[in-house]
Design a protein around this ligand. Structure first.
Ligand code: ZN
Length: 273
């Protein structure tokens, strides 16, 4: 079974359009990945190229900077990840679900995160707006700027296997993992911009490249896969459509139930109250 890829013949979306090529419900572990593809307009690409250009050609990014490397800005975070770095989503209401995220961003050549903390919270706001339809919310327990080299990882990943290396490096069993790397190159260079391992994989985590770093819909989409949702091929306004646009934000009750079940079955330790 081969990953199904959808090809655009026309580019009709206004601002940003993501083409996701993934798999439908498939039990083959190897195929239990979700692939987000990116198509964007010039302005977005130009903006993101600035990020890309900040990596020097040698890939020798972010050395000898005091704030490079693995820095947590939240000393209150503990190993259980129960303390939100920013807004907490725990309301104590019985019908609301709150999950903790570990938000890793690679450091660029200036020692700055590809996504700064404020941008991470802006993403979070967008993600939570979408997922509020299901009574599900997220909080950032940890925001870490990571110098990839410190972890023997490449700022610009080139192979699919590296994505699991990234997951193994940063994942734990108490937070959902979201990682933003530099631009993908080599065998990862192409339309794909994000991969999320679905439940059933050996190691978990959503990994995306810098070009989609500030588009919350794709992160919300990847979190949908994280919670065991497959693609919706019939409704382009659905969050889980293979084509993710600015208006791809809807979730139906069936999807909400799948996500809730996914959380109960796989991510109870990520729950916050
Ligand atoms: Zn997808």
């Amino acid at each position: 079974m081969k990953d199904k890829q959808t090809i655009f013949s026309q580019f009709v979306m206004t601002l940003i359009v993501f083409l996701t090529a993934g798999m439908s419900a498939c039990t083959n572990e190897e195929l239990n990945h979700t692939l987000g593809n990116y198509l964007g307009n010039g302005s977005t690409i130009a903006k993101l190229d600035q990020n890309n250009n900040s990596t020097n050609p040698s890939g020798n990014a972010t050395v000898s900077r005091p704030n490079s490397g693995h820095v947590t800005n939240n000393p209150r975070s503990n190993i259980h990840g129960n303390t939100a770095l920013g807004p907490s989503c725990g309301t104590g209401k019985s019908n609301s679900i709150c999950l903790g995220i570990k938000y890793i961003v690679y450091a660029n050549s200036y020692g700055q995160g590809i996504v700064n903390q404020q941008e991470a919270f802006q993403n979070l706001e967008g993600i939570n707006r979408v997922w509020s339809q299901c009574g599900i919310a997220f909080q950032i327990d940890q925001y870490l700027v990571a110098n990839a080299q410190d972890y023997r990882l490449r700022y610009n990943p080139q192979e699919y296997d590296e994505l699991n290396d990234i997951r193994r490096t940063f994942s734990d069993d108490v937070t959902l993992l979201v990682v933003t790397t530099g631009k993908w190159m080599g065998n990862l260079d192409g339309p794909a911009n994000a991969w999320t391992n679905m439940p059933g994989e050996i190691v978990y985590g959503a990994v995306m490249e810098s070009v989609v770093a500030t588009f919350p819909n794709i992160i919300a989409h990847e979190l949908g896969h994280y919670m065991n949702l497959d693609h919706n091929y019939s409704d382009t306004t659905n969050l889980m459509t293979q084509v993710i646009a600015d208006n791809s934000v809807n979730l139906n009750q069936g999807q909400c139930q799948v996500a809730r079940d996914g959380i109960q079955n796989y991510w109870q330790r990520m729950l916050r109250s």
